[in-house]
Write a protein that binds this ligand. Structure first.
Ligand SMILES: [Zn+2]
Length: 303
């Protein structure tokens, strides 16, 4: 019986303080039980899946020929995914682990997969990712063993996995995964489904970040999955592009009207996005980052 069903059945016979008390108790219990589990597997098609670890997602393919994992995420997620894969596809080998970009919250976690499938499983990454990782030397991120010059693709059974670079955006090395047989794009960190931008866009390349989104939208996308946010479709990406367009236009108007940075951060709101992830906390920070970019662009065009 779900939480809501419980509420209904209690309400229909709510005639005593006792019933209200029972309702309170049940609600408390139900809430504790309904806290989402850390890990989840989301099926996108018969051969395409997403492994969720709290707010982080990856992409993995289970084909006739074998398994491909794009982004092992972190050691805990990698370890859970290894168990999941052995349950879902006990006889299949892992053909490759592929990194979208160098950040440890997406690329960390290959180690437990290699422990199960063997150290000879290739770890594929953009050559730029290899350089960045060699520089960082992070413990959790296994260095790539196959450096590629995008675009790059591999076949796995009936599916093709293509890794494309659409410019620097959230990072300089970012690759987007494209599975042409499903018209599916997997985008990490420069588009997150139903989420505003991350904080004040630290380390983000502007305006290439926005141009990257437009480039991806030229593809014949039907399905879209993300490093953050639930799987969606082309509209999920269009909505995100629209968010930035509206915010930039609003801020350019504010600048033209002499609004100062702090006033803009305090007063600009886009309540139509209030249900998006982290709107309360990150939207004002998005405003500040975009204000600074647009202000500089105005100054440069006046020179
Ligand atoms: Zn990242």
């Amino acid at each position: 019986m779900s939480h809501h069903q419980r509420l209904l059945s209690c309400k229909s016979q709510s005639h005593s303080v006792l019933a209200a008390l029972v309702l309170l108790l049940l609600t408390g219990v139900a809430t504790a039980q309904e806290k989402p589990a850390r890990f989840e597997v989301i099926k996108v098609t018969d051969e395409i899946y997403v492994h969720r670890d709290n707010g982080h997602m990856n992409l993995f393919l289970i084909t006739d020929e074998g398994i491909v994992v794009v982004d092992p995420m972190n050691p805990g997620a990698g370890s859970n995914l290894a168990q999941v894969l052995q349950r879902m596809a006990p006889d299949k080998k892992l053909l490759a682990i592929v990194y979208s970009h160098y950040h440890a919250d997406h690329a960390g976690g290959a180690r437990p997969l290699l422990d199960v499938y063997g150290d000879d499983v290739p770890i594929v990454a953009n050559k730029r990712t290899g350089e960045l990782l060699a520089d960082k030397n992070w413990k959790s991120v296994v260095p790539p063993t196959k450096l590629i010059d995008p675009p790059w693709s591999m076949k796995a059974g009936n599916l093709t996995l293509e890794m494309r670079h659409v410019g620097p955006n959230h990072s300089s090395d970012m690759l987007v995964a494209w599975v042409p047989e499903a018209n599916l794009a997997y985008i990490v960190d420069f588009v997150s489904n139903e989420s505003v931008g991350y904080r004040d866009l630290p380390g983000v390349w502007l305006p290439q970040y926005w141009e990257s989104i437009d480039k991806v939208l030229e593809w014949p996308i039907e399905l879209a999955t993300f490093g953050h946010g639930m799987p969606g479709n082309k509209k999920s990406i269009e909505d995100h592009a629209e968010y930035w367009r509206k915010l930039r236009a609003t801020i350019r108007d504010a600048i033209a009207n002499g609004v100062k940075e702090d006033e803009a951060v305090e007063n600009i709101q886009m309540p139509e996005y209030k249900d998006w992830r982290s709107y309360e906390e990150w939207f004002p920070m998005n405003v500040r980052a975009v204000y600074r970019y647009e202000k500089k662009a105005v100054a440069e065009s006046a020179e």
